[in-house]
Write a protein that binds this ligand. Sequence first.
Ligand code: F6R
Length: 588
Amino acid sequence: MCGIVGYVGFRAARVVLFNALKRMEYRGYDSVGMAVLKDDVIQLSKRRGYVDSLHVDFEGTVGIAHTRWATHGKPDDRNAHPFTDCRGDFAIVHNGIIENYSALRKMLAGAGHEFVSDTDSEVIAHLLEEHYDGDFKDAFFKMVSELRGSFAIVAVHRGERRIMGAKNESPLVVGIGDHENFVASDIPAFLDYTNRVISLSDGEICEITEDRVKVYDFDGHPVAKKVQFIDWSVEDAERGGFEHFMLKEIYEQPRALEETLHNLQSREVKLPGRTEKISFVACGTSYHASLFGKYMVERYLGIPAETHYGSEYRYRDKVRENPLVVLITQSGETADTLASARIARRRNFRTIAITNVLGSSITNYVDAVFFTSAGPEIGVAATKTFTTQMIALHYLILETALAWRRISRTVYDRSMAALRDVPHMVDRVLEIDDRIMGLAQKLAKKHDMYYIARGMSYPVALEGALKMKEISYLHAEAYPAGELKHGPLALIDEDVPVIAVVLKDKTYEKMLSNLREVSARGAYVIAISTEEEVGDYADSLLILPESIPETGVYPATVLLQLLAYHTARVLGREIDKPKNLAKSVTVE
Ligand code: F6R
């Protein structure tokens, strides 16, 4: 998704902005651009392509820059940001979607403004020009008041050492330095320079010079903001010797799981007592975590739980219900999940979010927040943020089950002990990485594959298949194993391997029959199980550390992440930045 950054200070702006753009590459983009102020001139360079293709020698210590992920207008030089107005007095960068841009564009064109791109963003520069009456800040407020939609905007004005920024439903954070300040879509953009951060909320505008940061609401009232100290190091955000961020992040899971548990234990964590039904809302990988949450809620709390994709929930008709809505989003910025949170609030439902990012937008939209402690995740494919979402849900549900007296202290103690063992179990499966590489060689020669499982392992199969398709570009589909005979069995033959998660729960015997079914059709079967005997039903068995089924899902997930990773590696894919995908999907 687009990344925006602004800098005002004493360093060469082009260097700071270039570094920031590199740090935001993980968000996914197709074009890049930069504007740096020198005296009374805005120097501008932009193009389709990667950050490394941007060669500029601009002098100056104030500037803005952008990585674009095309929404309106195809990815080309013309549509890349920054945009300027007709006279070249203002330069702006934008992330989000201006919903009323076509009316604004018509109005501005009628007033004589000339447009050079197909984007919605360009109207912002022309609106500044239209409203400018000798006061940049005043023009900026007037411009913002005309916009509808989601936006994070950063703008500069020729001859002024001042940056204006605005946030509404798209991420924007301010970095506080000494005689220099930063503004960007996310923290790693300026973490090389400062770890002091102000998170802007929706409906806020910032005015930044090298020595001052002021924040206002859209009506111009000053807003007092807290400065947070970020303890991620830049190194945290780098690969640390691994070939890819994704692999590094897979290996970081034992620590991330442990820290998530540890941090949750330091406060009171439980669901509100009046809850009669839970609606989970999430997208992508986070949706799979929510499906795991549904199984856990039904098992331990004995109340109904349903799962919704954010993109569906936001358009759902009103029904007679009063659920607790649990929104899961690692970034806290996914547009469909944020819109769902707003809908849930409008309907007066209680809302809880589970997110990995402190100060992210979702935290402004819900009644309570639980944080996972996965640290920054750079690889586009979610790994450690998924397993930490699972463990956060798991912990939350067990605590609630005890508080609601749905389980005895003995069951609680036993389940918690098993949960605390999860990081060690994950550590142990990381040791069989070599075996997985061998299987990846086989899978890389195929075009289609099925992932099957039942019950609580089904979300793991869904997530395994999603990982495989997004980074290897092979077709992988997950099915509840019992459903195969209702259709997809027709597709199974020796060219379609089947990957099965077989845990020793009440569906174990049924799963063994399902393995027989697919083997009989010639499929090469890779089974992942705690049970040696499953080897009799499969061509390859990846054995999991001994565990109860509820915790076996964690090492099983990690094995499937590794299987996808190595398959993609054999195929030479761009693992950390798969084509067509973005880390944080901040537009609908
Ligand atoms: C897949 C992946 C995506 C995200 C989805 C939701 O590996 O990362 O499917 O899970 O875009 O993102 P968040 O959790 O940030 O709301």
